[in-house]
Design a protein around this ligand. Structure first.
Ligand SMILES: C[S@@+](CC[C@H](N)C(=O)[O-])C[C@H]1O[C@@H](n2cnc3c(N)ncnc32)[C@H](O)[C@@H]1O
Length: 211
């Protein structure tokens, strides 16, 4: 990838667009594989569950969720038309009534109330400009026993990186847990691990919380 400026990289991470957005999405797919797999592991997807992933990038990890939920419904949502198109192409052979890619934005997701057992989102928390409003929309689509799984990089591991100065709100594990608790979610479990895919420079954090 041609090296973008920190501002440009920050803009592309928030909402990948155009040819450079596709390159950034590929770069994220590789660089975030460990965090994604850790988040999916903690999600403990079960057969027949209905799952929503928000902020899917190029969507290349979605089939592994679908394989676990079987006839459950999987929706991957993103507000970048470029990512939605890429995810549709990358999953063209698998899309069906039970596996859809949807163009839409948190916090106004075009999805029905009470329709998902689990909502998962990886590396989007930094961009929640009004965190309570964003979380409210997630709670709206979760069933009364639903769970939210958030995967993110900890504040401590990212704050020195130049791009993080441009529009990122960073959270330590404790800050993210405190935010969810304050919004009346119950923390079920969490884990922080140094990420070997980043030569242990970045920390992968996952929180599972119930409504
Ligand atoms: C930093 S990328 C992360 C992609 C992937 N989850 C990963 O961890 O590699 C953020 C993704 O979430 C999408 N996104 C960010 N905020 C969003 C929002 N409010 N609603 C929908 N999609 C959002 C972006 O378009 C982008 O595809």
């Amino acid at each position: 990838m041609n090296t973008p400026s920190p501002q440009e990289l920050a803009r592309q991470l928030r909402k990948p667009e155009g040819p450079q957005g596709h390159e950034v999405a590929k770069w994220m797919e590789m660089g975030n594989a460990f965090l994604t797999e850790l988040s999916y592991k903690h999600a403990q997807f079960q057969p027949d569950e209905n799952i929503l992933e928000i902020g899917i990038g190029n969507g290349n990890f979605l089939p592994s969720i679908k394989a676990q939920i079987g006839s459950g419904k999987l929706v991957g949502l993103d507000y970048s038309e470029f990512m939605v198109e890429a995810a549709k192409q990358n999953n063209a052979d698998h899309l069906s009534q039970g596996f859809q890619i949807v163009h839409g934005a948190l916090p106004h997701m075009p999805l029905e109330n009470n329709s998902f057992d689990k909502v998962i989102s990886i590396n989007t928390l930094y961009f929640w400009d009004e965190p309570s409003t964003y979380l409210e929309d997630i709670k709206r689509v979760l069933t009364p026993t639903g769970k939210l799984i958030l995967g993110f990089r900890t504040k401590e591991s990212v704050e020195g990186l130049p791009f993080s100065q441009y529009g990122f709100t960073l959270y330590s594990l404790e800050e993210a847990k405190a935010f969810l608790t304050q919004e009346e979610l119950t923390i079920e479990h969490c884990e922080c691990q140094l990420d070997p895919k980043t030569e242990n420079k970045l920390t992968a954090a996952v929180i599972v919380a119930s409504v």
